[in-house]
Design a protein around this ligand. Structure first.
Ligand SMILES: Cc1cc2nc3c(=O)[nH]c(=O)nc-3n(C[C@H](O)[C@H](O)[C@H](O)COP(=O)(O)O)c2cc1C
Length: 306
């Protein structure tokens, strides 16, 4: 019997839809046991967000300080043929519930097992995935493959539509003017093609990795300018996160002022700094062609450098 464990968390249900689409072909494997484990933060994160609560998860996300989660139901000593970890990105880092799982003793379930990651995000996942890969390797897991689904609208339009979605709860087109927020229904539906590849590998006892086969179907797209853009934003995020954390933990009223200050910064960054930085990154990409080409290869292949 083939045993597959799927660890996932989704706030809006978007990542759950992606997981269901990708894992549908796995259910057709003969004699398969699939265990779905939803990571549940305690207490849960309210959706839609208020602007302040949204920014209040920022310092802990950036610094990798986990939230509390409910105990899992699976047996972490069970030998699974494949572990699938589906996660979303919060502030260029894995979301807090996923960080909590990866830091828990239950992450040992990945030891010696092939691990497939599924990312559902807006468009910036490179640095978050570095963290996740590192934690998988530290738990003794083997990187088996990575599938990334993101929002395909332009960066600024994407920021606008996702902000409306996160603060109003409405993913569908705002007033019929803007495109739908997040990952398109079509892309989610089409993601089952990745499940076919993973399913073949499991059936054939192929220990992987399957990244080349997944990439041939568009599993990972690395946008060159984001390689530099993410690094630049991350450096600034680090300064802000430490500044806010000096005033206490998440939910502490003492840090509310600094959290609001960060919110103001975020608006300015999106409206003014991001467009300038995008242009600068595009220019830098032209100047640093070899470096960028190597980085694209590195992020596409899902390897890990120690
Ligand atoms: C607090 C917060 C921060 C986010 N930061 C990022 C980010 O840095 N990069 C990115 O591509 N998406 C970011 N997103 C979008 C999420 O990765 C994800 O696509 C969205 O929240 C829907 O996921 P869900 O399935 O959990 O509902 C962020 C979302 C939230 C709520």
């Amino acid at each position: 019997m083939k045993k597959i464990l799927i660890i996932h968390y989704s706030q809006t249900g978007q990542l759950t839809d992606i997981v269901n689409s990708i894992t549908a072909p796995l259910k057709k494997i003969e004699d398969v046991c699939i265990v779905y484990e939803e990571i549940k933060p305690r207490p849960g994160f309210d959706f839609p967000w208020s602007a302040t609560k949204f920014c209040d998860v920022f310092p802990e996300s950036v610094e990798g300080i986990p939230c509390e989660i409910e105990p899992v139901h699976f047996d972490p000593n069970e030998a699974y043929d494949l572990v699938i970890l589906a996660y979303q990105v919060w502030f260029l880092a894995p979301s807090l519930p996923i960080t909590a799982f990866l830091d828990s003793s239950d992450a040992k379930v990945m030891k010696g097992r092939p691990v497939l990651t599924i990312i559902g995000c807006r468009n910036m996942w490179l640095l978050a995935h570095e963290t996740v890969k590192q934690k998988i390797v530290e738990s003794g897991g083997r990187l088996f493959g990575n599938i990334v689904l993101g929002d395909k609208t332009g960066n600024l339009l994407g920021v606008l539509t996702i902000t409306i979605w996160m603060l109003s709860g409405k993913k569908k087109s705002f007033l019929g003017i803007l495109p739908d927020a997040g990952i398109s229904d079509q892309d989610i539906y089409d993601a089952s093609k990745f499940g076919d590849i993973v399913s073949d590998a499991v059936k054939n006892n192929d220990p992987g990795p399957v990244q080349n086969r997944l990439n041939a179907h568009g599993a990972v797209t690395v946008v060159p300018q984001y390689i530099l853009f993410e690094k630049r934003i991350h450096r600034i995020f680090k300064v802000w996160s430490r500044f806010i954390l000096k005033k206490g933990k998440r939910g502490n009223p003492g840090r509310k002022f600094r959290v609001r200050l960060f919110l103001v910064y975020l608006f300015i960054a999106i409206a003014v700094i991001a467009p300038v930085s995008t242009v600068l990154s595009m220019l830098a990409v032209r100047l640093k062609k070899d470096e960028i080409q190597n980085a694209i290869g590195y992020f596409s292949e899902n390897t890990f450098l120690f």
